[in-house]
Design a protein around this ligand. Structure first.
Ligand code: C2E
Ligand code: MG
Ligand code: MG
Length: 746
């Protein structure tokens, strides 16, 4: 596949945007459906809320009306009771005055004489009524009370003693007439008064002088000297004379309302409970209908959403959604200051499939292509069908524009897998164009237009290839893509090789360890050092197979040397951060040691500070496990990474390697001297071995030896060499370092 530069003037289609293979859910773009998630059901559907408010108002009004009418009813019923009781009392009095007293007078059986000396007269009807009233009250269990009263009564307990009685009496007196022609139509006087137990109805009915005999009796009694004396004592002018039908006395009836009120309150509570229960049921019913209605409309909206934004054949986002997703990508990428890209893919010669194998086969190819595309991208990316055989992939969060080429390469590999159609295996290639944000456009329309233009450039250049919209990116991406692809093959083809560089012990003047350093014998470019390809391996993930190969190869070489009787103590292998942080790294390490039948203590792994900063807790466990297995760990390039003295304390490491950049300035640069000294002192204090790397001259060697460095590595002693050439050092004494230098190192 080749990467070419597209002409911007080609193709002018509208840019549209997409999503992954997923069908729409409420997690879609805020513009169209987001509000539904944010707004609660009750606000979206006001029916339950309105219903609840109406029910609250109606409930309150009902309560007030019921309380009002109940009070009226209670009063009305109490007045009725009072009327009946007063009626009975007056009927008893009438019977007494008309029947009993006249019969007693006629029979002469009375116990007392009247004022005229007639026998059988009992002149105490009011007293009689008083006792009847008490008995009646007892029998009615205090549902009411009654008693006779009169301003003119000679018995003090039946006089007017309180405010109501005086008020009510005046009310009756106001109805009295000086010379009534017949019975007066008396109106009862009553009012509700508060009492200790609640409230009470107090009621007064006139008891007029109905019988001439009564009038006579009272008029006769009034002038009597003892009566006159009582009147004067009570402040009433003596000698009052009545005419028949005039007001003589009254019956007062009291009806306590508390018992009736308690019954009414209980009834009211029952009624309110019923009202509330009915209201709640109504509210529930309204809510249910509203919910059901909302679900129905949501389902309908979702169905419309699918139709409007998704392609029916593949289930992928269509142009409309692609445009929205591109705009979202642009916003996100701008915020995070990363890069985004639109990858425009068009199947090559798709028309031929439709023409030769039929539309159903064509549909199958489109559906399978859609599925394959979805597997090539992350969940956060969007794959959409732009039209016919055109797909667009929206990618964001990439570290550099060229990374889009790696995704395009994956897509190309996947899309060009054979399709099984009508018993034939058919390979459908694709032409791909890439436009990057922000370099190739800052809005969705421009990006899509430019990605499309780049795709046309791929078509023009022979199809089945990837083109970037911008030319400089094309060159970089082309190089990177090509190198990565070739590195992948290099591992399989055995083009990688390990070189070895000795680390010399200043204590026993021998080679203590050899560091394995990878080289690539590139078929075109010759021997490549790691700076040309290790970063590509890191980015593409190839570092994992490469790193495992290096471990295995170094241990096998060590075994070969040992077999030859060479005195090599340890081999050091560099392990990348990505490899080190893999979940099963420790197990892989153990497996490789076991497969190579190597003792763990003959291996040292070199990791950089970047490997240990990501997740210190996890790294601590990994290092502890490696240490427990017997493998030693060195911190490589110490001092140039995110040096944190904290991890030196926590992690079970054995060696610090002073980075070459601090060795370079020794002995003339005071800063380099200070840093090297400090690292050596620190290492000593923590009981770590300190190794200086990049030692190139005697002055450096002598200074570092005096400072207390344990081991040294550098071109002064030996450059990294192929295994066969490195053998010479394994037996060499260190005293004469100059003689150890090989004639040609790499
Ligand atoms: P490193 O692990 O720090 O290796 C030391 C590098 O310094 C080597 O470069 C070595 O050739 C160079 N060197 C040693 N002494 C001197 C000296 O006196 N002067 C100068 N100018 N350079 C000296 P090389 O071999 O190019 O390796 C570069 C880096 O690539 C290594 O740095 C290591 O980080 C990485 N690397 C090499 N092999 C592997 C491997 O198998 N796996 C991984 N993950 N990384 C590797
Ligand atoms: Mg190293
Ligand atoms: Mg180093």
């Amino acid at each position: 596949m080749a990467v070419e530069h597209a002409r911007p003037e080609q193709n002018n289609r509208q840019s549209k945007q997409d999503h992954g293979m997923t069908l729409p859910t409420d997690s879609g773009p805020a513009g169209s459906r987001g509000w539904r998630r944010l707004v609660p059901l009750r606000l979206r559907h006001p029916l339950p809320l309105v219903f609840a408010a109406i029910m609250a108002v109606v409930g309150t009004v009902i309560y007030l009306l019921m309380a009002q009418s109940q009070r009226k009813l209670i009063e009305h019923e109490a007045v009725k009771i009072a009327e009946i009781v007063a009626g009975h009392a007056l009927a008893a009095r009438t019977v007494y005055t008309t029947q009993v007293s006249s019969k007693l007078a006629a029979d002469g059986t009375g116990a007392v004489q009247d004022y005229h000396g007639r026998p059988g007269y009992v002149p105490l009807p009011a007293q009689f009524l008083k006792y009847v009233g008490r008995e009646s009250e007892r029998r009615s269990q205090s549902l009411y009370q009654y008693r006779p009263l009169s301003k003119w009564n000679l018995e003090p307990t039946q006089g007017l003693s309180d405010d109501f009685q005086r008020w009510a009496w005046r009310g009756l007196e106001a109805q009295d007439q000086p010379a009534p022609a017949g019975p007066i139509a008396w109106r009862d006087v009553w009012r509700i008064e508060p009492s200790a137990a609640g409230s009470v109805l107090r009621f007064m009915r006139a008891d007029p002088a109905a019988e001439a005999a009564c009038v006579q009796c009272h008029n006769d009694t009034e002038p009597a000297p003892e009566v006159a004396a009582l009147r004067v004592a009570a402040g009433v002018p003596p000698g009052k004379q009545w005419v028949q039908h005039q007001l003589l006395g009254a019956i007062e009836v009291s009806v306590p309302l508390n018992r009736v009120e308690a019954v009414a309150a209980a009834q009211m509570a029952d009624t309110m409970r019923l009202v509330i229960a009915v209201s709640l049921l109504g509210l529930l019913a309204a809510s249910w209908f509203a919910y059901h209605d909302t679900r129905k409309s949501q389902a309908t909206a979702a169905a419309y959403e699918i139709q409007a934004r998704y392609d029916a054949l593949t289930g992928l986002p269509n142009r409309l959604l692609l445009k929205e997703r591109t705009e979202e990508m642009i916003k996100r990428v701008s915020r995070e200051s990363t890069y985004g890209a639109l990858i425009f893919l068009d199947l090559d010669d798709f028309k031929n499939i439709n023409d030769s194998l039929g539309h159903s086969a064509g549909d199958t190819v489109l559906r399978v292509t859609a599925q394959r595309l979805a597997t090539c991208v992350r969940q956060t990316d969007t794959v959409g069908r732009y039209s016919g055989d055109e797909f667009v992939i929206v990618v964001d969060g990439i570290g550099q524009p060229a990374d889009a080429a790696e995704i395009a390469r994956k897509i190309m590999t996947s899309v060009t897998e054979p399709h099984s159609l009508s018993e034939h295996d058919v390979i459908v290639s694709a032409s791909i164009g890439i436009a990057c944000f922000p370099n190739d456009g800052t809005d969705a329309g421009t990006l899509l237009k430019n990605a499309d233009a780049a795709m046309y450039r791929s078509k023009e250049n022979g199809r089945n290839q990837v083109s970037f919209f911008s030319s400089d990116m094309n060159a970089k991406a082309l190089y990177k893509l090509g190198m990565t692809a070739k590195l992948r093959q290099a591992i399989a083809r055995g083009e990688l090789e390990l070189f070895y560089q000795p680390k010399l012990s200043l204590h026993d003047k021998r080679v203590a360890c050899v560091e394995a350093l990878v080289r690539w014998r590139h078929p075109e470019f010759g021997l490549l050092t790691p700076d040309k390809f290790v970063h590509l391996a890191e980015e593409s993930g190839l570092i994992e197979p490469l790193g495992e190969w290096a471990l295995r190869e170094a241990l096998e070489q060590l075994a070969r040397w040992r077999k030859k009787g060479l005195p090599v103590l340890q081999v050091a292998v560099n392990v990348s951060a990505r490899q080190f942080n893999r979940p099963n790294f420790v197990q892989r390490l153990k497996d490789i040691l076991a497969e190579a039948q190597a003792a763990p203590d003959c291996l040292e792994i070199e990791i950089t500070e970047s490997a240990v900063i990501r997740d210190p807790d996890k790294v601590e466990q990994v290092i502890a496990a490696i240490h427990a297995h017997g493998v030693s760990i060195a911190i490589d390039d110490f001092g140039v990474g995110h040096s944190s003295l904290n991890y030196l304390k926590r992690f079970r490491i054995s060696t610090l390697k002073i980075d070459k950049s601090f060795v370079d300035g020794i002995p003339h640069d005071e800063h380099d001297r200070a840093i090297s000294d400090a690292i050596i002192v620190l290492g000593k204090a923590l009981k770590l071995k300190v190794v200086a790397e990049g030692v190139e001259n005697e002055a450096q060697r002598d200074y570092l030896a005096r400072a207390g460095c344990d081991e040294m590595q550098g071109f002064l002693f030996a450059k990294p060499l192929p295994a066969a050439e490195a053998e010479a050092f394994l037996t060499t004494r260190f005293e004469d370092t100059v003689r150890m230098r090989p004639p040609a190192g790499r």
